[in-house]
Ligand binder design. Structure first.
Ligand SMILES: Cc1cc2nc3c(=O)[nH]c(=O)nc-3n(C[C@H](O)[C@H](O)[C@H](O)COP(=O)(O)OP(=O)(O)OC[C@H]3O[C@@H](n4cnc5c(N)ncnc54)[C@H](O)[C@@H]3O)c2cc1C
Length: 453
């Protein structure tokens, strides 16, 4: 009888099998180490083998083999997820999609692009922009993250102030492979898609996507600095509400966070003791926006023209969303973070911030990102907290929940602990497309179905 390595080699060829300890170690991890809690829980979890098919047919054969032999399968894009989403809890196969990375079709009249699951978001953004289109939203890990991983484990990011998040028209349809001996393919659209967004690869294998792009805008970057977080927030809120002013990013950072952004510090974009707002504005609008900031005591400290967009040594998105946490951890590894939703109205948000400031003292630094969904503003907070023990982190979460702040806990690997997961649609899709529960087992807690009911 063939070994697992031989069986996989016979399907995908030598180049698609990673059997050495180092590769297995690397492909069994993601960016869960941003959480000291997950770091201690997931450090020893490993796949038995990593396999990287190049075609849908190869993937089907891998699936058939895994089903016949009852082997767990964990899908992996680029492995940049933060919650151990693609860490295999029960060994088995990690199936990496990095060799399934082709752009299959593009309609430049509608901006719909058809891609394989392992296609990087950076590839799609570049392909689109060269033809007058751009991604509706993308994570700050866009250069490396795969579209399958973004849909399976992400949320939103740059562009979310303009076009919402993954649930808001990002996808036209997806092609899903069922985890059965038949490995049948299904093209899903409309409501059926919700069983796969942010489902951690537990409900089926996404093999292809049709993605709705948005008309491209020439974006220029600007940094405004403010004497206080309050003035930065009041300015940002007014800008976020101004629907006549196109913007792709409004990202707010309390001091000392800007001091962590080394390349921006070196470029003179950061001033001691001041909060910053990082912006992507439409070409030619920076001077007018900087003028508006004056009444909030804001001033322009850095700009990059539209011609340099995504081309320079760094771009401002490198400091936003969860990249902010990355820079903080580089400055001091004892920083970690929380994800929650603050009230978007400035007075309410500032009251929440004041209460949390009283609770944490100087062990918190506020970082918030604006999102607009269906005409409603949301204030996504990725607060940095200076705590490393589970008790301290959970006390910080409990404090927010007591205040009515919804927390998407980044210190657990359970999908159903995340308020952004789909609930019933995910469970229904899982029952239909993974009836044996072989996909990423252990990521949905035993009580999930009960909770959903
Ligand atoms: C520094 C940093 C910044 C980040 N910023 C953001 C941000 O701005 N916004 C945001 O939303 N996220 C952010 N993230 C999280 C993550 O980078 C993104 O969500 C990213 O899009 C994940 O893509 P990936 O290819 O790395 O996914 P992976 O980590 O490889 O996978 C994520 C999940 O999707 C599943 N999956 C992968 N491929 C498939 C498939 N073909 N079919 C079914 N399931 C699949 C995996 O099993 C896993 O559960 C950040 C992370 C880091 C480390």
């Amino acid at each position: 009888m063939m070994t697992l390595v031989e069986a996989m080699g016979a399907i995908v060829g030598e180049k698609g099998v990673f059997a050495d300890a180092k590769s297995i170690g690397v492909f069994s991890k993601d960016a869960y180490y941003y959480s000291p809690v997950l770091k201690s829980l997931l450090g020893d979890k490993q796949a038995d083998l990593v396999v990287a098919p190049q075609t849908v047919e190869e993937l089907q054969q891998v699936v058939r083999y895994a089903v016949q032999n009852n082997i767990p399968v964990t899908l992996r894009g680029a492995g940049t997820g933060n919650y151990g989403q693609c860490v295999p809890l029960h060994g088995g196969l990690v199936v990496s999609t990095h060799r399934m990375n082709r752009i299959l079709d593009f309609d430049d009249t509608t901006g719909v692009i058809r891609v394989e699951a392992g296609t990087r978001l950076g590839q799609i953004e570049r392909h689109g922009r060269e033809r007058g289109w751009e991604l509706r939203c993308y994570p700050s890990t866009w250069a490396t993250a795969a579209v399958g991983g973004f849909v399976g484990g992400g949320f939103g990011g740059v562009g979310s102030i303009r076009n919402g998040v993954l649930w808001d028209g990002f996808l036209k349809n997806i092609t899903v492979m069922e985890m059965t001996a038949e490995a049948k393919l299904h093209q899903l659209e409309g409501h059926d898609i919700f069983g796969f967004i942010h489902a951690y690869g537990t409900s089926g294998i996404m093999v292809e996507f049709e993605i709705n792009l948005a008309p491209a805008v020439p974006w220029e970057e600007a940094v405004l600095s403010f004497p206080s977080y309050e003035s930065a927030l009041r300015f940002s809120h007014a800008l976020a509400l101004d629907t006549d002013e196109p913007k792709r990013l409004i990202s707010l950072h309390e001091w000392p966070i800007p001091s962590f952004f080394k390349p921006l510090v070196d470029a003179g974009g950061v001033e001691e003791g001041r909060a910053v707002v990082l912006l992507e504005l439409s070409q030619g609008r920076t001077a007018a926006i900087a003028e508006r900031a004056v009444s909030y005591s804001g001033k322009l400290t850095y700009t990059a023209p539209a011609g340099a967009y995504h081309k320079g040594k760094f771009c401002l998105t490198d400091f936003t969303w969860n990249h902010t946490t990355l820079w903080a951890m580089k400055a001091d590894p004892d920083w970690t973070y929380l994800q929650s939703a603050f009230r978007p109205e400035p007075d309410a948000a500032l009251a929440q911030i004041a209460e949390l400031r009283a609770f944490h003292g100087d062990k918190v630094a506020f970082h918030q990102e604006y999102i607009a969904r269906g005409g409603h503003l949301q204030l996504a907070a990725l607060d940095l907290i200076y705590y490393q023990t589970k008790d301290e982190i959970y006390a910080s979460i409990a404090k927010r929940e007591e205040m009515g702040i919804q927390v998407a806990d980044p210190h657990t690997y359970f999908l159903d602990a995340d308020p952004r997961w789909g609930g019933e649609p995910v469970l229904q899709a899982r029952a239909k497309y993974d009836p044996l529960g072989l996909l990423n087992p252990g990521k949905i807690s035993d009580g999930a179905a009960e909770k959903v009911r």
